[in-house]
Design a protein around this ligand. Sequence first.
Ligand SMILES: Cc1ncc(COP(=O)(O)O)c(C=O)c1O
Length: 436
Amino acid sequence: MAQNLKAPAKRDSMTSNTPRPQKFPAGPSMANNCRAGERIAPSKIVDLVSYAIRDIVAAAEEEVKKGKQIDWLNIGDPSAYDFAPPRRILEAAAEALLSGKYTGYAPSGGDPELRRVIAGVEGCGNNEVFVTSGLSEGIDMALRILLDAGDSVLFPNPTYPLYATKADVFGAESIYYECDEKWLPDIDRLRESIKASTKAIVVINPNNPTGAVYPYSVLKEIADLAAEFNLAIIADEVYDHVLFEGVEMHKLKDIAKDVPVFSGNSLSKNFLYPGARVGYMAIHNDDGRGFLNAFMKMCNQRLSINWELQRGAIAAYNGDYTFLKPSIEKLQRRSDILCGKIAEIPGLSVVAPKGALYTFVKVDGYESDGKHDNRPDWNFTYDLLRTEGVLVVPGSAFYKNHPEEIYFRTTLLPDEMTMDRVVGKLEKFMKARHQG
Ligand SMILES: Cc1ncc(COP(=O)(O)O)c(C=O)c1O
């Protein structure tokens, strides 16, 4: 499209006869109704948008209609199970709502008090914090301001699917860097993946879907690579307080000092409140590169996010995380049941998660008799759903370039009784179908 842009004329030399700078080439006039008989249709871009985590639910709903009981291991929404956000957020949001003082548009970058409180958490300036509608919107805006069409961006493999969808929609190339057998980024392969077009590296730590938490040494190597190749870092740390016992978390903003670091977070996981739709991106080390202004433009064009919930978020970030301890203990017990048992089931293996809400299970020696789909992991998922009523997410939703391998992601959120039942079903299912 760039070659079609005419150089903008200087305003003071414009006369009424000077054609206005044209952004798009003139198309055929509608005067002769060139689309007569055609029906208006959605844009082709929409074909690039998929979200398997939700898509798979349609198949489960069909089973429910047939009367099947489903064990839902597909979603990462704590409130769908026995987890709840701390009261202090609900009370602050309710008070804000009832005060009637927050019925207008909030400032587009976020409630000033919330920006200040988050700046305290992130160790940055208030103007370096942008409040977004969940981290999802922060991811959208960060990729939007980093990538032009034709640029490339590095994602961990496996990755959280929203990233690749956004890159596709923006016309950018997704490059996946491989991880080792413990799901830690393989730094040599990461280095080899960098291209001249690469603008940014995304790090998801703690990781969805694997539950890996990266040690300092790995993060330092990533930070050094980013500095060497002049890449921005998007540090998705949305699970940074959901850590199992004894696991240490290191934030990339404390390690990468020479490159822009976009630190993303939200109320969804650390405060067990995904419905609040309050998140943020803090941009460290902009150093006049223009990302702060660019991000603010993104915020301005969508006006603001819900103000009452931002008031709730102030209470969240002003308090501590002691409320989370019992929830993490529950998650750990559930993870132990699942991973302990999986280790004994022929054909299944897993690296026990160190944090976040999921684990990524490998399946070997599985042959589907159904052939519902040409992807082996989707066949596995459909078979498991239809035979045992267990819903998981097919691994290829996260794990790219390994079409023959079968993985699935399960959440750690269901209660212990459900976990016991699920592992029993998995055992029965694999015993019947495992070839090996
Ligand atoms: C790694 C990761 N990043 C971002 C998000 C989006 O979170 P939010 O609910 O804050 O939009 C999720 C949600 O599951 C996630 O797992």
